[in-house]
Design a protein around this ligand. Sequence first.
Ligand code: ATP
Length: 259
Amino acid sequence: MAKRIDVKDLDIYYGSFRAVRSVSMTIQPRAVTALIGPSGCGKSTYLRALNRMHELIPSARVEGKVVMDDQDLYAPGMDPVDVRKHVGMVFQRPNPFPTMSIYDNVAAGLRLNNKRLRKSETDEVVEESLRGANLWEEVKDRLRKPGSGLSGGQQQRLCIARAIAVRPDVLLMDEPCSALDPISTHAVEDLMAQLKENYTIVIVTHNMQQAARVSNYTGFFNIAGTGQPGELVEIDETPTIFSTPTHTATEEYISGRFG
Ligand SMILES: Nc1ncnc2c1ncn2[C@@H]1O[C@H](COP(=O)(O)OP(=O)(O)OP(=O)(O)O)[C@@H](O)[C@H]1O
């Protein structure tokens, strides 16, 4: 659990368009790393490349290295489905399987991974994951009701429960609170603070206060102009990025002067 990721010279393309250029960074375990930057600078593209999710887009490809502990995630023979078991993802809009019960939504992760578990074992993992996502107390009496009947914030925590049910090492979160109200946002932020004890977390966020509140490290991405690739300008401990960044562009962005 909670592995470190070393990214080296990562370029990401959609067809002939290079969307992200030459990113190198180390993502620390048991910490939250926030990725910030103006729209279109490639934050989501980069996040998806960390678990090979971009491969679902036919024209997308990467060059460079993503190494988790000592395992190259792009090594020949490495199965992307296997990569995603270790590097889970939570999306912007809560996306529980709408017709499935709360219980089955969490168990779905296990079933998709072909884990053959006895009912009692599945019960255990479902409870443990819902507890881990701070949702158990709210749903324990209605596990057989549809996941789609939960509030937006509860649905997002259900999706987090589904993601952690398979015990990944890393959790990627793409603007996980942008569709949530402030109270649900607070619940998910609290949850991140707890989850980082056991996981490596990378979050893309447009909300600067959120990055400052939840993350230990912040990476600032920028883009020189339309049609240009996005680049990592700098990454550092979050207090440093927000108080004394090295680059003027970072300072301008976090103080709201552009983006
Ligand atoms: N499926 C795709 N096919 C082609 N180009 C894409 C695709 N997805 C994203 N892009 C392009 O890649 C670049 C980076 O997009 P991306 O969504 O990663 O940026 P972002 O920083 O996450 O933006 P936002 O903050 O608005 O979500 C943009 O120029 C975008 O138009």
